[in-house]
Write a protein that binds this ligand. Structure first.
Ligand SMILES: [Zn+2]
Ligand SMILES: [Zn+2]
Length: 269
């Protein structure tokens, strides 16, 4: 059973992750306007009617923007915990919903889905692991810091998608008002590059080979090069090998498949 993961959008202007296996497809977050999302799905040969469910991490607009309208138009259930559903209640009339309590597991369209809590300034934000057969993708964005629940949540993942929002020095020089900088920097704001690197190092201490996608990069306070360099630096310093690191582009689709990952693993054996 092959697991395919595609990032369609990542960052404060929209987050959409597509997870596929066989004929089944899930969206994790739906933070693009419909006029952008539908063509983005078409570009990777997916029609919205093929999507079995929309999983929401939290209610912020860059994650939930078109969830309600897409769900209503195509009859796709929205999966989220109760506080997140309550926060977007105004978008949910005529929309099928499936409540998944934080920390609970469910089988959705053949995928094993589990959520775990993340610290962020939303109603009840979560990360997810989604498994197909022996393969697993873990997603944790947005989060102000990481803790044991996040480590435990992400541990089974072969592909880890985590936030590497900003470079701390660049953040303080960025053209944001002070209150925004403090919100981003706070323990319930957004994860910086070094913290993302430390999280991957902690996960990587088990010696398992993983792929890592750095997500939700700030346009003003980060670049893909800076994020990748910082995270690889932390991994090198902590002696963690076997974690390949790629920063996600804001829009262009980027793909991961368990077949590709498995082939890379066999090169090491
Ligand atoms: Zn966000
Ligand atoms: Zn958020």
């Amino acid at each position: 059973m092959t697991l395919y993961v595609t990032s369609l959008a990542s960052g404060s202007s929209g987050n959409v992750l597509l997870v596929r296996s066989g004929d089944a497809a899930l969206l994790v977050d739906c933070g693009l306007p419909l006029r952008t999302l539908e063509p983005a799905l078409a570009r990777v040969d997916v029609h919205p009617a093929q999507v079995s469910a929309i999983l929401l991490t939290h209610e912020h607009g860059d994650h939930a923007l078109s969830a309600g309208v897409l769900a209503r138009r195509y009859g796709i259930p929205i999966v989220a915990n109760q506080p997140t559903l309550a926060a977007i209640e105004q978008d949910l009339s005529g929309v099928p919903v499936q409540e998944l309590a934080t920390g609970a597991a469910a089988t959705i369209a053949g995928f094993s889905v589990r959520s775990f809590p993340v610290p962020h300034d939303a109603a009840e934000p979560v990360g997810y692991t989604i498994s197909a057969g022996r393969w697993c993708v873990g997603i944790a964005t947005d989060l102000g810091h990481w803790n044991e629940a996040v480590v435990e949540g992400l541990a089974p993942a072969d592909l880890v998608v985590i936030e590497a929002n900003h470079d701390q020095e660049k953040l303080w020089r960025a053209p944001y008002v002070e209150v925004v900088k403090h919100r981003i920097y706070s323990p319930t704001g957004h994860l910086d590059n070094i913290a993302a690197g430390r999280l991957l190092a902690r996960l990587g201490a088990d010696g398992r080979r993983r792929s890592a996608w750095l997500a939700h990069l700030s346009r003003e306070a980060n670049t893909p090069q800076i994020a990748e360099q910082a995270v690889r630096g932390v991994l090198a310093l902590t002696g963690v090998q076997y974690v390949s690191v790629v920063a996600l582009p804001r829009r262009a689709p980027i793909h991961w498949s368990s077949d590709m990952h498995g082939e890379q693993l066999s090169l090491f054996d």
